[in-house]
Design a protein around this ligand. Structure first.
Ligand code: FES
Length: 159
């Protein structure tokens, strides 16, 4: 096993900020056209020194281990970032201590970046900060369950 796999395994042993955020201000959901995986990210903002910054971030994923590890890392790295700082973060930035993603895993990081950008864009065009309608979007599992073909069985793993 290489170093990257070890770091992903370590991140998965204690994933951070996993799960729906019921008091979120915004949410972004994306699906990967490459693999069909999905990821949703919730953001909660606060004011710091007159600037809107990310107070908390959380995620829910139907994705591979790399996507979960990057999302876990990203939700930690996003704390305290202004919206502009967060918007400028690439998948590589969000991967943090995981290091550079292998070529076959780059889209996994881009899934996290996409969910973040979606959540940030949700705040961009609104005069009101709170976006309750999207922040209270149905969970990924309930959305997938609702559209599930009858011959597909979804088994949720314990968190
Ligand atoms: Fe789909 Fe990683 S293989 S997000």
């Amino acid at each position: 096993m290489n170093d990257f796999d070890d770091r992903v395994r370590d991140a998965l042993a204690n994933p951070r900020n996993q799960g729906e955020m019921v008091d979120a201000d915004s949410v972004g959901t994306v699906g990967s056209p490459d693999c069909g995986d999905m990821l949703r990210m919730w953001l909660k903002f606060t004011d710091k020194d007159g600037q809107k910054v990310i107070d908390r971030a959380s995620f829910q994923s139907f994705g591979c281990q790399t996507a979960i590890a990057v999302a876990s890392m990203a939700t930690e790295l996003l704390k305290g970032k202004t919206l502009e700082q967060a918007r400028s973060m690439s998948a590589a930035d969000l991967s943090g201590d995981l290091g550079a993603l292998p070529p076959m895993k780059i889209h996994c990081g881009q899934l996290v970046e996409g969910a973040l950008k979606e959540a940030l864009d949700g705040t961009q065009n609104r005069s009101a900060l709170i976006n309750h309608s999207s922040a209270n979007a149905p969970s990924l599992s309930s959305q997938i369950e609702g559209n599930r073909p009858s011959n597909v069985k979804i088994r949720l793993l314990d968190a």
